[in-house]
Write a protein that binds this ligand. Structure first.
Ligand code: PLP
Length: 382
């Protein structure tokens, strides 16, 4: 029987290739890890934005999902996901629509300010909706959240716990501070700092008489290295489904654990040049400059070699991206002499799979070197 899917050689490039066996191994490994460490896994689906992948996560034991946009919340609710945490400080303009969604699913919102709390509380009191709320705490991330040592954590937690209109879920953080780490040991220290910071914060609140129903943390690097999750109830990694070059550089996965690559065509290679151009630019790979760990050899993307070594091509790397052009530079013209001719296809390992996936409409799902399915990416905005 002929396959209903195009062969790799016929795919219109740039195309997003998803290696199904690697994906499924990544899903299983994280689910097992969360189970062994005694935490509920609520995966962040912003990485894949794909119903087929979220259903696989749920089938393996994930409980609920995490999203980063209201659009994702609506789309996944429509697909039957009925327990969703929108792990982003709620933009107040979305409060009325969030309450509508909360009328049909368990919706968990996040806030870190008295302004958001006040707005949400008055809106909920008027509507009778049951909205769950996490209090966002900053454990060294330096992004959103009340600093973990601030007395405002207790003040806001008390207001949430005592609110007749809201349901307080507990404390939530994101261990983004693992990403700038330069060594695996630094990742371990950042992850453990977040775990201990959050567990300690919940303990102090409880000692002060404020109930904290649960503590939720997580990132892919943290989950790759933490050996215990004492004081933590839930973890929310996202990137682990695909991994990417950043995780490889952090030492939190092997190259073989990377499930996502961009298939591109060579479109220009001038004779004698030490560079050539592919049709994967910033709108295929994003302009994520990659992890600081890889300096001084940074790149906007890496050529993936599908051969027996399954490694990165040591001679070339993407050095600049414009909208649709990707410039690949070699160590020397001789290193690529006779290789990478116009019309050839290359596979690129991206620096940041979450941003790359968000630039495409579909995954071409690959197994044993063949395209076996196409899965839609829900990347819209409301
Ligand atoms: N939770 C929040 C709030 C996040 O912002 C993110 C990622 O940015 C995650 C969880 C998942 O982290 P990662 O993609 O490193 O697994």
């Amino acid at each position: 029987m002929t396959s209903p899917f195009p062969s790799l050689a016929d795919l219109p490039t740039p195309a997003l290739l998803l290696d199904q066996d690697v994906l499924e191994a990544n899903l299983r490994r994280m689910q097992e890890r969360a189970g062994q460490l005694g935490a509920v896994l609520r995966p962040h689906i912003k990485t894949h934005k794909c119903i087929e992948i979220a259903r696989r996560q749920a089938a393996l034991g994930a409980r609920g999902i995490t999203v980063s946009t209201f659009y994702e919340a609506e789309q996944f609710a429509d697909a039957g996901f009925d327990d969703i945490t929108w792990a982003f400080p709620i933009p107040l303009v979305y409060v009325p629509r969030a309450l509508e969604l909360a009328a049909r699913i368990t919706l968990r919102l996040v806030l870190d300010s008295a302004e958001a709390l006040g707005t949400l509380e008055s809106a909920c009191a008027g509507s009778g909706a049951a909205v769950h709320v996490w209090l966002k705490v900053d454990c060294g991330d330096g992004r959103a959240g009340v600093p973990v040592e601030s007395p405002r954590v207790l003040e806001l937690a008390r207001c949430l716990a005592g609110s007749p209109a809201l349901r307080f879920d507990g404390l939530i953080s994101h261990s983004g501070s693992t990403y700038p780490a330069r060594t695996r040991d630094e990742v371990v220290r950042a992850a453990e700092r977040e775990r201990a910071g959050m567990a300690g914060c919940a303990r102090r609140l409880r000692e002060a008489g404020c109930p904290v129903p649960a503590v939720s943390i997580g990132s892919t690097p943290a989950m790759a290295v933490l050996e215990r999750l004492d004081g933590i109830d839930e973890v929310r990694p996202g990137n682990y489904v695909f991994h990417d070059y950043t995780q490889v550089a952090l030492g939190t996965c092997a190259l073989q654990d990377c499930a996502l690559t961009v298939l591109a065509s060579v479109v220009s290679h001038q004779p004698g040049a030490d560079r050539f151009v592919v049709d994967a630019g910033a709108l295929a790979l994003s302009k994520d400059p990659g992890p600081p760990q890889s300096a001084p050899t940074t790149a906007m993307g890496w050529l993936f070699d599908d051969g027996p070594t399954h490694g990165l091509d040591p001679c070339v790397r993407l050095t600049s991206l414009s909208q649709e052009h990707g410039v690949v530079t070699a160590d020397s013209a001789a290193a690529i002499e006779g290789r990478f001719r116009v019309g050839d296809q290359v596979r690129i390992l991206e620096n940041h799979s979450c941003l790359t996936a968000a630039l495409f409409d579909r995954y071409y799902v690959r197994r044993a070197g063949r395209v076996v399915d196409e899965w839609k990416i829900l990347r819209g905005r409301t």
